[in-house]
Structure formats: structure tokens, C-alpha cells
Design a protein. Sequence first.
Length: 192
Amino acid sequence: MTKLLKKLTVFCVSGLVVGLLIFSYYGYQSYRALTYMKNDLYWLWVDSQLISPDTTAMQSGRTPHTKQLVYRQVDVNRQMAVFLNTTYNGYFLFTFVKSAPCSASSSYDAMLTVNGEADQPVSFQCQTPNTAIYRIAEPKFTQLKLVNSDFSFDISEQKWPFKALKKDDFMQRNYHFFKGRTKEPLYPWNRD
């Protein structure tokens, strides 16, 4: 009986240790993804999980001053972040930020396909000597594909929350109308 009890205790402790190691690993990876290129925003997983095993899953945050809703996906391994928000005139703005050597003499290029148009080469702008950035805004995206030897981005592979952004943008613009009429968090329009 005591041998059985010892084996059962060892089995339970081993399972607990393995479970803690797995939780710690996913917790660390999740933390890395949420804090990568955070740009002074507090990021959360869109599906409200504390820890996400998929570190490329959708995240959301609000800008500190204007409270504008921003969505993003990161790929820590490829050192890339893709942000989506709305512009002042209601367009959707995708911002691609890539950690890569960047200077005026060497460009970081990619091929872009938007809304069924022909492929076209685009160049990222140097934000810092180690960061390249590319932005594109459209009133509607039916297709967006950006490809480089380091990465491939295609909006059809992920479900970007365009409707949620439009709704939030509309509610911000009409803050006084919605105040007291909804339980959703409201933020007044506070953009330049």
C-alpha cells in the first residue's frame, strides 16, 4: 500500500511540475507577444484570454491620449508587427513595422497587392536605423497582400475586425448621443 501511495505521489508531483512548466512557457511567450513593439499601449488578447498559446493572435489596445481603438498582430520570431486603426477621415490604416537594418542608402522593399490591383513594389520608410515602416490607408480592403523574403502578410488568412473598428469610430464621433444609451465603454472623439 505504501509503495502505491509513493508512486501516486510521485506521479501527481511530476504532473504538477510538467503543468507548471507548460503554463510558464506559454505565459512567457504570451508576455513577449503582448509587450513586443508595444508603443506605449496596453495590449490585450482580443479573445479575452490571459495567456494565448497562439502568439500571433489578434491583440487590441487604446491609444493613451485619444483612446482610439487599435488592433494588431505580432510575429516576434520574424520581428514584425502589423497595426490596424482608422484615420481621421474614416479610412482603414494598416501600419507594418519591421525590425530590420534601415538607412537612406538601403531600402527595405516588398511587393504589394491591394483590392485586386496589379502587384506593385513598395519601399518601407526608415523610422530608426533598425526599424522600417510602411503604411497604407483605404476606405475598404477586400484584399491586401504584402510579401518580402522575410515575411508574407495576407488579410485573407486572418480575420481583421473592420466592423468593430468602424463601430468604435462611429461611437467615438457620436459620444454624446451614445452616452447613457449603451453599456459599452465610450470615449469622446479626441483626435486632431
